[in-house]
Design a protein around this ligand. Structure first.
Ligand code: CTP
Ligand code: CA
Length: 226
């Protein structure tokens, strides 16, 4: 049996964390992506490892260094990210932080698309990407604790609650990423924790502090419900 506690309450637990954006190729030199620095996801991977968990970080393209004590799997596209996450199941903990592109180009061009004088711009036909969090939340090997994020620019709580339900998550960490908040690309974060039990607002914190508190919250889930 595992003894939870001490300063490594997640010792013996496995975790998979996604972080960063995904890049969906248009052709060999162009892509579609969401804005994401990967700072929050990388900090969460590091914080879980610090509490003793064995962490795999599945990361899209970022400029950050690999966090210490974490296995890093680098991917580009959403479909690759899903495959890498599923390869780590079963796991005890899943924290899906990546800003996954909702759509990919249905048929990416094998060659660079050339501008042709006088011709109209090329149309982009999109296809929906797999929802990684939703897949994990409803998976047979579902982790005991499944956490998602919800980056919103309006109706933060309402949208967060809908995502909690739809994706089969235990917790949605919701934040307002309107440009004026400076959260996107910044070092600080101001989040609301949405669970079936209700909403808890955390104060404005650094992304590292959010990560540490969140890792503590996750550890608490194991000690309260063995
Ligand atoms: N997510 C995911 N795979 C996707 C889309 C989202 O795993 N294809 C995860 C994100 O990592 C995040 C959560 O789902 O943890 C919410 O992402 P978000 O983009 O806010 O939700 P969507 O369901 O894509 O809804 P929308 O973008 O329309 O708000
Ligand atoms: Ca989305």
């Amino acid at each position: 049996a595992l003894l939870a506690g001490g300063d490594r309450p997640l010792a013996g637990r496995t975790a998979v964390v996604t972080s960063g954006p995904t890049h969906e190729p248009i052709d060999p030199v162009r892509y579609i992506a969401n804005r994401s620095s990967g700072r929050q996801g990388h900090a969460i991977a590091a914080a879980l490892a610090k509490l003793g968990a064995q962490v795999t970080l599945v990361s899209g393209p970022v400029t950050l260094a690999d966090p210490p004590g974490v296995t890093v799997v680098k991917v580009e596209r959403a479909e690759e990210m899903l495959e890498a996450v599923l390869a780590r199941l079963p796991a005890d903990i899943a924290v899906m932080v990546a800003a996954v592109a909702d759509w990919r180009v249905a048929a990416a061009n094998a060659e660079k698309i050339k501008k042709r004088p006088g011709e109209a711009p090329p149309p982009l036909l999109l296809a929906e990407n797999p929802d990684i969090l939703k897949t994990v939340g409803h998976h047979a090997g579902r982790p005991k604790v499944v956490v998602g994020f919800a980056a919103e620019t309006q109706d933060v709580e309402e949208n967060g609650r809908a995502k909690l339900e739809r994706k089969g998550a235990d917790l949605i960490v919701a934040n307002d990423v309107s440009p004026e908040t400076g959260i996107m690309g910044g070092t600080r974060n101001s989040v609301k924790l949405i669970t079936a039990a209700g909403v808890e607002a955390w104060p404005d914190l650094s992304k590292e502090e959010v990560a540490e508190r969140l890792a503590g919250w996750i550890a608490g889930r194991f000690s309260r419900q063995p």
